[in-house]
Design a protein around this ligand. Structure first.
Ligand code: DQA
Length: 148
């Protein structure tokens, strides 16, 4: 008997839709579509169905996250610059009620001081940064452990 796939939301905040045009030294060269395809593929290999969402609008992000409560088993979230100051994002992730991994492509701990602050870190199941796209694979592995 095969189990239904775990439902994982892949959530991206502002400017992440511009991947491929942002400084490659920090963010690499993949576009968001390519990154999403890669994460979806890694998810399939792990029995996970990954649904993707990105917006530059805080209210849209909040409403989307509210709607995920009871719908998803877990999430991977790269809130972009919201990470560093947007308390409303943290509150919405709390409402979502599913374990999530905070992921950053770049090494936020080795960049400007404001990037070392994360308002979501203490409610995240784990945080991964500085590993590029591979950080998302690590996040899937962690969710797989947490949810099994
Ligand atoms: C980022 C790091 C943030 O500081 C930045 O504002 C981003 C992307 C990352 O993936 O490394 O937009 O979250």
């Amino acid at each position: 008997m095969s189990l239904p796939p775990l439902r994982i939301a892949l959530l991206h905040g502002p400017n992440i839709g511009q991947l491929g045009r942002r400084p490659s030294a920090h963010y690499g060269t993949l576009t968001l579509r390519e990154l999403e395809d890669r994460v979806r593929g890694w998810g399939e290999e792990r029995g996970m169905a990954v649904g993707c969402f990105q917006t530059d609008h805080e209210g849209s992000f909040l409403e989307h996250v509210h709607g995920l409560a009871g719908i998803v088993d877990g999430a991977i979230v790269n809130p972009g610059a919201w990470t560093h100051y947007a308390w409303s994002i943290r509150d919405a992730l709390e409402v979502m009620g599913a374990p999530f991994v905070e992921v950053h492509l770049s090494d936020v701990e080795a960049r400007e001081p404001h990037r070392r602050v994360s308002v979501v870190r203490d409610i995240a199941a784990r945080a991964v940064w500085g590993k590029g796209p591979d950080g998302y694979r690590e996040a899937l592995d962690h969710l797989s452990e947490v949810l099994s």
